[in-house]
Design a protein around this ligand. Sequence first.
Ligand code: MRU
Length: 370
Amino acid sequence: MNIDGQPYRTIWESPKEPGMIQIIDQRQLPFQFVVEDLQTVEDVAVAIADMHVRGAGCIGATAGYGMWLATREAAQASDPGASLVASAERLLETRPTAVNLRWAVTRQLEALKVLSPDKWVKESQNVARNIADEDADACTRIGQHGLKIIEKLAAKKPFVNVLTHCNAGWLAFVDYGSATAPIYAAHDAGIPVHVWVDETRPRNQGARLTAWELGQHGVPHTVIVDNAGGHLMQRGQVDMVITGTDRTTHTGDVANKIGTYLKALAAKDNEVPFYVALPSSTFDWEITDGFEIPIEERSPDEVTIMGGVAEGRADESDIRLTPEGSAAANPAFDVTPRHLITGLITERGICEANASAIAALFPEHAKKQD
Ligand code: MRU
């Protein structure tokens, strides 16, 4: 996608420094656009854990490149195999909910285990590039499938109002995004589309990131507080909801940013279609019940302290929101059960959120369940 007219992905290999990865430091957006260099596995682990990069697809692609850096470090180690495994474990411990992390690290290990260590660096670079390219390609296809839903709505209305939660935009992937891909496709096709952007406390990924990237692409949008969605749905001001997901079971239960479940309940009550967009790398083919998905518990400081820019200032500063001494809890994700979901928008098409419909689209995984 474009930033000030220049095309970017969220992660790329440095054109100047071989073996260096570059990312957009998402913590600084929307106030500053900062490109960060990642040169070691530890750099990558910190970037994922501290959310310099975030969002399922982007985490997966970053972990994929992290494993490439791991092979470079393994080449210098006395025991390359032990070094590689230690790096994989370090990356895997960074964030528990987004399954793309495990998927990318496992894909790398599977590719490398059949090769001698002297071939690891080259192979791992290829795998990392493929993960990134496939992610961008899947999101493009999600956009084309989701566009059909928006086209149908647009046939009945002068413009289509879409509500989204958190950031499942291009910043959360390598390019295009999952939830935003149909929106960008509709906007680019000339369909008048407007987006209600949930601010998404506590880290405000909606207010900071989704609003920024929609604005960069010229998509009309309005930021709302997290509690406003139900009210807008009751008044007929939301035509559909599209969210992303950090992990979806092969039975259709969806883990996504905290607050998604409440939006799904409100959508059901108001007969607003509720879609979840995801590449197949976000399916968990092992877990059957969404409540088995590990939910990341993040620092209470994210609830009690908020960052932002004071009027007239360029630099960001923190303010405290709560009384000193008040406890805070910060579960980062929740699970929306399949019965609240109208459909899943994947790179292979749209299906119902249930095991047989998902298996029909991805039969190669269905076989593994036998
Ligand atoms: O904690 P984050 O920012 O990594 O959370 C992930 C998200 O942005 C959302 O849950 C998103 O809707 C799904 S990830 C594509």
